[in-house]
Write a protein of this length. Structure first.
Length: 309
């Protein structure tokens, strides 16, 4: 049985002009669809990766899972319960410094999730700091006294303080140097195994996702276009967009290769084109692609939203 079940998840934002401007211009309301009918499941004690270009809806899905945003439609069930009923979900943000109060000591930053719930916080920060590879003495310091990698370790300690079962990781290493990235990712992998955690891992870096995830979902313009086990997705991508992402990703075994240049621009999430969202950019498109939106359907062991897969 899956631990996280997301069904037909949709999130729209009202981006309309002020009422008077709409009256003068004779325009109706405008809505931006950031997440469009997305469904996926995450098995317990595994990592589900979400990848896609900027604006694909990755971070919005993460915020929906932790309850920072409410869905416009669809359901999120975690451990069989509605997400609003759960308190064992935490989030690790992209910029660890921006997500910490610079005037608080590390002890208070780490203990805050537990203190809000009225729990016991004595000695909590010191123990968690040691668990993530820092010193208990660091609890009395301030965020500016640490490097980026150390601050991300502190962010992980804060996420662990309330003993979560699910952690949403939103680009957790993208602001770090490559050598520090590896240390933080290995720490996260070790903690997942040690504590039985489940991760939703959001990233634009396919190399990182390949290292961390058990299963990967590929987002384009708010829609899930492919989902498969990590090895299957990277060895035999079935959607043209997935193939494009893999082709342009840096490769350690071919650093000087000529990667194909992606063509076209992502369509507007306000004024979406008919048919396949990727159709205007797809080099393989046919007439049906521009007329009918492809459903997410099984193709081998994967799920693919492509008429030609």
């Amino acid at each position: 049985m899956s631990y996280v079940s997301v069904r037909n998840l949709t999130r729209r934002f009202d981006v309309s002009k002020p009422w008077l401007d709409r009256v003068i211009e004779r325009r109706g309301k405008a809505y931006l669809t950031a997440v469009d009918d997305v469904s996926f499941e995450i098995e317990p004690n595994t990592t589900y990766g979400l990848v896609g270009e900027s604006g694909s809806g990755k971070s919005t899905i993460g915020k929906l899972l932790v309850g920072l945003l409410r869905p416009s439609a669809g359901t999120i069930r975690i451990g069989g319960e509605d997400v609003a009923a759960r308190s064992d979900i935490q989030m690790i943000f992209q910029n660890p410094y921006a997500s910490m109060n610079p005037r608080w000591r590390i002890r208070d930053i780490i203990a805050e999730p537990v203190a809000v719930l009225g729990g016991e916080t004595r000695g909590l920060a010191e123990g968690l700091l040691e668990q993530v590879g820092l010193s208990a003495a660091d609890a009395s310091k301030f965020p500016h006294e640490f490097s980026g990698g150390q601050r991300q370790r502190i962010a992980i300690a804060r996420a662990l303080s309330s003993r979560p079962r699910l952690i949403v990781c939103d680009e957790p290493t993208s602001a770090l140097d490559v050598s520090v990235q590896a240390q933080v990712l290995n720490l996260m992998s070790d903690l997942k195994d040690e504590l039985g955690l489940t991760y939703l891992f959001i990233s634009h870096d396919l190399t990182v996702v390949r290292h961390m995830a058990d299963r990967v979902g590929v987002l384009y313009l708010g829609r899930l276009v492919e989902a498969a086990a990590t090895a299957d997705l990277f060895d035999a991508p079935r959607h043209p967009y997935t193939r494009m992402l893999i082709d342009v990703a840096p490769r350690i075994d071919a650093p000087g290769r000529d990667a194909p240049v992606p063509t076209g621009e992502i369509a507007s999430p306000i004024d979406r084109p008919p048919g396949c969202p990727y159709g205007p950019r797809c080099p393989l498109r046919e007439g049906i692609c521009m007329a009918e939106k492809p459903p997410l359907r099984p193709v081998g062991e994967a799920l693919v939203a492509c008429h030609l897969a």
